[in-house]
Design a protein. Structure first.
Length: 398
């Protein structure tokens, strides 16, 4: 009998999506499932951008440049100069979503067997990307009791070996909603430069900061060879399906190597890039209203969660996520039970078990990640379900 690869067998399922069969079974029975499991915004995609795609009049959808349309690269650069840091459009390489950007960076910055340090919990797909590149993730623990703030720099330094080639952050953080400060970035920059390693920062949630000022790794002085930023239009412009992201770095040698991988996949999505060009050009008029919606949801979520008995939470300063600890032994079992066995006024709730956001899955066994991607009315209903579900679940053994 033919076999699939060991690589595929060992690839973990997404904690965000793996419970979908349970959700689909519930929906088939007429149950309304409220989704807090996935970061799919419900804020509308900019109408001007959608219209630009409709008006994109071509006779042939041709291959484009591997690095992306120059109009888009210039739009991204202009946006960064205004809002983030001074760059040149030649510092921008367009990718098929942030997913491809992460893969390209890992493939170009690291060799098989190298190590990358990542604070955990972290974006679950990093595990799969690292496995594809045959890279070892070295996790460093952050703690819910400290709202998942960045661990002390000396803890990072203790983990560095001759195999360490990079530190990877998601800032603002998915799944915790934490924001790493300018002093955090400065300390990591010094450490990266001292050990001659990369500082890779996934900044896709950059505009959604509520309590402080965002500081980009691209603003770090004398770090041009070390800093690599990942970005995307998916969350900022509620355009996840457009599949347009980018790598931004002033490291010319790294970009030249990324170009080789870009040539292998030929070119990024044509229509998605047209949408993205308009998105960046109308950023100022769009993002303010979107940010206000997410902030209101965050505040509501914190208020509701703080009043549910046994739930441990905190006020996330950024993004639209929260990692919470539930009064259950096995959060994944609880999440499955919600979908398969619990109903509240004809509804149930889908959450993302947090174990998949940790390298050591026991650390997240009682935690779940919430994504605040429902309007305030629906979000209130979701917390009604969670509160009622926790009461009904008491005493059950996973």
């Amino acid at each position: 009998m033919v076999k699939i690869s060991k690589r595929s067998e060992e690839l973990p399922q997404s904690p965000i999506r793996k419970l979908y069969p349970y959700a689909e079974a519930a929906k088939a029975k007429g149950v309304e499932v409220l989704h807090l499991n996935i970061g799919q915004p419900d804020v509308l995609t900019p109408k001007n951008a959608l219209q630009a795609v409709k008006d994109y009049d071509v006779d042939i959808v041709k291959y484009g440049a591997s690095s992306g349309k120059i109009q888009l690269r210039k739009a991204i650069a202009n946006h960064y100069i205004k809002h983030v840091a001074k760059i040149n459009y030649e510092d921008v390489f367009v990718t098929t979503g942030a997913s491809e950007a992460i893969q390209f960076v890992l493939f170009t910055a690291m060799d098989a067997g190298d190590e990358i340090i990542i604070p955990q919990p972290f974006y679950a797909n990093y595990i799969g990307y690292a496995q594809m590149a045959d890279i070892a993730i070295v996790p460093i623990n952050s703690d819910i009791d400290r709202a998942f703030k960045l661990p002390e720099i000396n803890q990072f330094e203790e983990l560095i070996t001759d195999k360490t080639k990079a530190i990877l952050l998601c800032n603002p953080n998915n799944p915790t909603g934490q924001l790493y400060t300018e002093s955090d970035l400065q300390a990591l920059a010094m450490l990266s430069k001292k050990n001659d390693i990369y500082l890779i920062v996934d900044e896709v949630y950059r505009p959604f900061v509520y309590t402080d000022k965002f500081y980009s790794a691209l603003s770090l002085n004398d770090m041009d060879d070390h800093v690599v930023v990942i970005d995307s239009i998916s969350k900022v412009f509620s355009a996840c399906g457009a599949r347009v992201g980018c790598v931004v770095t002033r490291n010319r040698k790294l970009l030249d190597s990324i170009e080789k991988y870009g040539q292998l996949r030929l070119s990024p999505p044509d229509f998605g890039q047209e949408l993205a060009i308009t998105c960046y050009n109308i950023y100022d008029e769009y993002i303010g209203a979107a940010k206000l919606q997410y902030e209101a949801r965050r505040d509501l979520a914190y208020s509701r969660l703080s009043n549910i008995e046994g739930v441990k939470t905190y006020l996330p300063p950024a993004a639209f996520y929260n990692m919470i600890e539930l009064p259950v032994e096995d959060a994944e079992h609880f999440c499955k039970w919600l979908l398969s066995s619990f109903r509240h006024q004809g509804r149930t709730l889908m959450l993302a078990p947090a174990n998949g956001f940790y390298r050591d899955q026991l650390l997240g066994k009682s935690q779940v990640r919430l994504a605040f991607v429902l309007n305030v009315e629906k979000l209130n209903l979701a917390f009604d379900i969670l509160e009622a579900g926790l009461i009904a679940y008491r005493g059950r053994i996973a």
